[in-house]
Design a binder for this molecule. Sequence first.
Ligand code: RNT
Ligand code: ZN
Length: 419
Amino acid sequence: MNNSTVKSFEAACDIYRAHGVDPVSAIEKLKTIPVSLHAWQGDDVVGFENFETALTGGCQVTGNYPGRARTADELRDDLDLVLKLVPGKSRVCLQGHQVDRMIPGVDRDGFTIEHFSNWLAWAKEKNIGLDIAPCYYSHPKLDHGLSLSHPDAGIRKFWIDHGKAIRRIGEEFGKTLGTPAVCNFWMPDGFKDIPADRYAPRLRLAESLDTIFSDKIDEKYLLDAVESKLFGIGVESCTVGSHDFYLMYAAQNNKLICLDSGHFHPTESIADKLSAIVARQGRILLHVSRGVRWDSDHVILLNDELLSIAREAAVYGFIDKIFFCLDYFDASINRIGAMVVGARNMQKALLIALLEPTALLKKEEDAWDFTSRMARQEEIKTLPWSAVWRYYCESENIPDDFSFMQEIKEYEKKISSRN
Ligand code: RNT
Ligand code: ZN
């Protein structure tokens, strides 16, 4: 290891220890926190079914940077590189249309583990966990923008069967990989303009979900989650699976609620919601994203929002109850770079949170000394976390903050035939 890295780490350790924090245990803790990398950044949420459809999910991927993974094999190659450039404990989360292969005559309602067997073999070999989400968009059966809440029972049945199929696939992931697969349900159902009836679609959505979840699967293998949303492109006026709807649904059915940081009013932070939900529901799934004005799924940056999410997740001793999954898609830049920058930022934010001298802040707060608390919060911003980060990356053989770009550029040359 580089001598100056060790020296600055030791100096940083002295400072942190004077604040009652041990960077060595912060690093050890960080290594145990799984972060699920969202595979869909690699294929622009296109999937690998035989047909190419535009993304019809009330969200949008923009940009035409070369190099999109066109097959599951290509995506796995890309992820192999991502995993080399990101420290910490990664998982991979798939969308239900990122199949290895299609089987003639079998549509999404009939997918089985056979459609994902190479993914499973790959994850087993790499010793990482897999998560999955059914894919309720980019398919002709998403009719008038509705799936599980559609008035037609036949359409609902197709999507119910898709949900059931993906849960079974997740169960296989969980069994084989020895870690439960998180199976996240999000569907774009909603209305562009003011609906006459917001109630009936919500009743139908609840009933469809009940039918899907009536197949009992052991939580040792599969953890169900439901993801809420305020609005999306083309569904500006009403989202059937709103936050109120899913918070209630999750609470009543003991499911994970998934909070996506891009799915609320632009000034509403999900950070404050973490302790509220964990206090009542015990656990939570996060889709860590970055909205810019609309639900735009930009690459996550090390900004105040990310820092406060990680802070709220890490300091109360319930971080093992938080499931982290990244969720953004930017096709205007190198997709591997997008994944790596965002995933490293997630790791950095978690490290900064684990290095927080929370006991000092609490002491000041308990003594009603809110001025010192504020001064302390400001002091924390200048503590030398970057020396700890550099040491951590080097000790894990992960390139430092800019040199990973070199590997990405070299890889970009190798995959130039994709264009
Ligand atoms: C959409 C949701 C959902 C998607 C994925 C690709 O607004 O956030 O999680 O990002 O299905
Ligand atoms: Zn999401």
